[in-house]
Design a protein around this ligand. Sequence first.
Ligand SMILES: [Zn+2]
Length: 140
Amino acid sequence: MQKECKCGNTLSIQLRTVKYSKKVHIKNVPIFSCEKCEESEVLLDVKEDLTELIQKIHTYSKNQIFFNEINEFAHLLFVSSEKELIHIPIEDIIEQRINELLDILLLAQSLDDIKWVKETEKRLLQITDQIISNEKIYKI
Ligand SMILES: [Zn+2]
């Protein structure tokens, strides 16, 4: 997954901690960063979830929030960067995660838990949107 920086260097994706209002730390946010000029930007695909999180940040009592627990794409990057999984192709990790989410979806549906169903559907969409939109995820 690559993008060019305005300085001409190639941007790489990193999971970073974003500080919000000095006391809240949002961990594992996927960010494009340039090693040459230190330019950095939040990935467009996660911007919406990050904005949503910041809007309701006052409802969180913790001062450390894990973005990978909110956004599927951040979750997949986080999982694939874990040492013991680093040799597993990202496609396999995605497939595994989709199967996991489909199982959860079935469970949520059988329990008639509408809120849970919606939440799981949103997570599934976060993955499939990524894959369909530009297959970016395969180029990490
Ligand atoms: Zn740069």
